[in-house]
Ligand binder design. Structure first.
Ligand code: NAD
Ligand code: TDX
Length: 357
């Protein structure tokens, strides 16, 4: 049975990934979830795993060398899956420093603690893997239609967020090149699905439609993102851990490019379609809620991933097409109004204190 140290497992993708691996490996995995529980981390996302002997949670900062090295000393970790990060571009524009601390220094600390724990003779113990979860934003911005980000595309980050992720990717590369450290990197496109914090476009729009608020669209609404259902990202990570070559990087994406304004309209239409006719909210849900607002500073125009390498080398394919994934996501938010209330009201802290008192 493999032991996974998952950082940032209480966040959006991390919590979906933990559910995914318990499910796909029939519970035959051991997971240690290390998360600082910032505003973006929520243990409610994993409430179903409380009491599972193969799952444990440790509240810790990835920058804290003592605590992280103790976790390595006390557990025989096979795989590190490193999600923990500050992840929101708009926050990075307002407050860049925490992005450098968490994303760069935190990644360096995780790498170095793993290096010391896994060292054996001149090399590293057999079978160990450090998977660094990165983003397509490190490649910069595309303008011409039909062009894509490949693994060989030079890095050209623009926001403090993407610059911090690019720096952390280079730190991973440095560990591979210098120490032959057993790391791989995945660079994924925009994810959507359950448990995503409502500061990101899709859950923000769903929540605002359901509560009758304006729908803020930055600039002309024609910026393009390449959307992937979060469980398909989890599947890619699981497959790269098993089959990826050390020192390689793998782009992850499902060729699903959409302009932001298209996304907003799809969500409005889908919610209208899914709500029962007698739902009083239905009458107020229409395109008039769309409000064009000031553009994001340095707003990247278009992202589009070429996933050829992961498909060819690893055999990964996405399972959930957007038309289905967006319905699954909206349904999840319909059914989890309490979750939304907790994460937007600060009640979550109360939940945490009650559970861990
Ligand atoms: P998220 O913001 O939902 O979750 C981040 C998690 O990290 C939270 O649980 C938070 O509490 C934790 N965390 C933050 N600082 C920490 C620290 N110092 N120590 C320990 N834990 C800390 O983010 P997400 O959207 O789930 O993204 C996860 C990873 O995937 C990030 O590295 C992000 O760059 C990458 N990524 C995200 C997307 C996307 O579309 N969301 C796409 C590609 C890659
Ligand atoms: O209110 C909004 N209105 C709007 O028009 C918000 C929150 C966003 N937008 C636009 C900005 C982007 O063009 O929608 C697009 C998507 O925005 P975000 O959801 O903030 O995602 P993005 O900036 O593309 O970054 C995301 O994908 C890559 C994640 O937040 C990153 O963590 C990931 O690395």
């Amino acid at each position: 049975m493999k032991t996974y140290l998952v950082t940032g497992g209480a966040g959006f993708i991390g919590s979906n990934f933990i559910h995914y691996i318990f499910d796909v490996h029939n519970g035959d995995v051991k997971v240690i979830n290390v998360d600082l529980l910032t505003y973006a981390g929520n243990l409610e996302n994993l409430a179903d795993l409380e009491g599972n002997v193969n799952y444990s949670f440790i509240k810790a900062d990835i920058c804290d060398r003592d605590t992280i090295s103790k976790i390595f000393a006390q557990n025989d970790i096979d795989y590190v899956v490193h999600f923990a990060a500050e992840s929101h571009v708009d926050r990075s524009i307002r407050d860049p420093e925490i992005f450098a601390r968490t994303n760069v220094i935190g990644t360096l600390n995780m790498l170095d603690c793993a290096r010391y724990a896994w060292e054996e003779g001149e090399g590293f113990k057999e079978g160990k893997r450090f998977l660094h979860v990165s983003t397509d934003e490190v490649y910069g911005s595309l303008t011409e239609e039909g062009t894509y980000f490949y693994e060989t595309t030079p890095y050209d980050p623009h926001s403090p967020y993407s610059a911090s992720k690019a720096s952390s990717d280079f730190m991973v590369k440095a560990y591979v090149d210098t120490y032959h450290f057993p790391a791989v990197i995945t660079n994924c496109s925009n994810n959507y699905g359950p448990y995503q914090f409502p500061e990101k476009l899709i859950p923000l729009i769903i929540n605002n439609v359901l509560t009758g608020k304006k729908l803020p669209v930055y600039g002309d609404g024609k910026n393009v993102r390449d959307w992937l259902y979060v469980m398909d990202h989890a599947k890619a990570i699981d497959m790269v851990l098993e089959k990826g070559r050390i020192g390689e990087k793998y782009n992850v994406g499902g060729h699903n490019e959409k302009q932001n304004i298209e996304i907003v309209k799809i969500i409005i239409d889908t919610i209208k379609e899914m709500l029962p006719d007698d739902d009083p909210r239905k009458a107020h849900i229409n395109y008039d809620l769309i409000t064009y607002v000031e553009d994001r500073k340095g707003h990247d125009r278009r992202y589009a991933i070429a996933p050829d390498k992961i498909k060819k080398e690893i055999g990964w394919e996405p399972d959930t097409m957007f038309a289905e994934g967006i319905k699954l996501t909206i349904r999840w938010y319909f059914e989890h109004t309490e979750w939304m209330e907790h994460v937007t009201s600060g009640n979550y802290q109360k939940y945490y204190e009650e559970m861990y008192k």
